[in-house]
Design a protein around this ligand. Structure first.
Ligand code: GDP
Ligand code: MN
Length: 389
């Protein structure tokens, strides 16, 4: 789960990580008030969306007066902010974070992410902040220091010092950087983060180490033990279909193809997507309805797939183990009754209660093509969609 910059900074502050502080605002008047309350000659108005690269897209503006803060906020709120991390249509700005303006001396990079090869969180630092870290990692790997973090022991002080020296910090700055990095690592481990990235980490002209930005992603599967973090979820930032699906316990991810998929089991869902690709089309979604989905959840899943206007055909591929084929069939029939099913539907059912399931579909009066294998099902749906196009 992603959170906004202002929420990420609030979390980091709990761990003693010094951040560029600010006040959240959802109206120009509030932004003006925030400018006054911050009390400085300079402030920064920052659009809050779940994507980076806001600076280049016009979502980060320095302001020097209350009036300017109001003016900038007026244009930012409601705008569709496009960055390299948003889709082509951009993301709507609903809030701005009015932050204290800092005098930057240097911009550095620090991030922690899971290293899948090592199976450990990895601290990464670079003296080249502000730039995308992927570019540095690829083009100049020697400019990036990576230190694996022991998940039980946490980041060790000697590692934090090593990172600080690599960043070229000296004297008091090293003393400031060590608790900063230790706090960042502690928050990462304690709060089950997937990513905690500070880009840039800045050295101010006053000799402080400050997190100017904060990108914190949390492991959704661990949110049950962090209720306060779970409450930070902003559904406006998420795909509406995915939000709906999650309410019904469905694992749903929107993709950009034309074949809607309804499958049980993540492995079977992956195989189904591959087979669709093999036959020349692309999946419109990943959907694992899970082992114990109810008729209601199946109905919802079918409705969500149909609500996607990119979907030109649907392939249902169910291997009934715990999941019973007749439950799937009832869900599909119930959903198809509430919508006008005008696109091809191919169903491949196998496993528990398959006879009942097939009989229900055959008697439903729905225009369904049955398939007896995954390969045949994928071929049929790809062919049907190609014929319609
Ligand atoms: P991002 O573009 O979404 O990653 O947003 P950031 O929070 O990283 O801000 C983008 C850039 O704005 C930073 O790299 C800084 O160069 C600049 N910036 C942000 N806050 C300040 C500030 O207080 N003072 C100055 N001088 N620049 C700032
Ligand atoms: Mn940034």
């Amino acid at each position: 789960m992603k959170v906004h910059e202002y929420q990420g900074k609030e979390v980091l502050e709990r761990y003693g990580v010094r951040t560029q502080r600010g006040i959240i605002a959802d109206s120009p008047a509030q932004a003006g008030e925030a400018f006054d309350r911050l009390g400085g000659p300079l402030a920064v108005v920052k659009a809050q969306i779940h994507a980076g690269g806001r600076g280049k897209g016009g979502g980060v503006k320095l302001v020097k007066s209350r009036e300017e803060a109001i003016e900038v906020t007026e244009t930012m709120l409601g705008m569709m902010l496009k960055t390299h991390q948003t889709g082509p249509e951009g993301q709507e700005v609903r809030k701005v974070f009015v932050c204290e303006g800092l005098d930057l001396e240097r911009e550095l990079y620090v991030g922690i992410a899971l290293d899948r090869a090592l199976g450990l969180p990895m601290l990464m630092v670079s003296a080249e902040g502000g730039v995308e870290i992927e570019t540095i990692a690829e083009e100049r790997p020697e400019a990036l220091l990576k230190l694996p973090i022991d998940p039980l022991m946490g980041l060790q002080p000697y590692q934090a010092r090593r990172a600080a020296f690599f960043l070229g910090l000296k004297g008091d700055l090293v003393k400031n950087a060590v608790p900063f990095l230790m706090g960042l690592a502690k928050s990462y481990l304690e709060l089950d983060c997937e990513i905690a990235e500070i880009n840039p980490l800045v050295v101010t002209e006053q000799g402080e180490i400050v997190a100017l930005d904060a990108k914190i992603n949390f492991d959704s599967n661990a949110l049950y033990r962090h209720k306060d973090i779970a409450a930070m979820r902003d559904e406006h930032e998420e795909d509406a279909k995915e939000v709906e699906a999650s309410k019904f316990g469905l694992n749903y991810i929107t993709l950009d193809g034309s074949i809607g998929c309804m499958v049980n089991g993540a492995g079977l869902a992956m195989a189904t997507m591959d087979t669709i690709k093999l036959h020349g089309a692309a999946p419109a979604n990943f959907l694992d309805v899970g082992g114990g989905a109810t008729e209601e959840a199946i109905t919802e899943a079918f409705r969500i797939i149909l609500s996607d206007e990119n979907v030109k055909g649907i392939l249902i591929n169910i291997f009934g183990g715990i999941m019973k084929c007749d439950v799937i069939a009832r869900g599909v029939i119930a959903a198809a009754k509430t919508v006008d099913l005008s696109i091809p539907l191919v169903v491949r059912l196998e496993g528990t209660n398959v006879k009942e399931g097939r009989a229900l579909l055959a008697e439903s009066g729905l225009d369904i093509t049955s398939a007896s294998s995954l390969d045949e099902g994928a071929k049929l749906i790809c062919g049907a969609v190609a014929a319609h196009a």
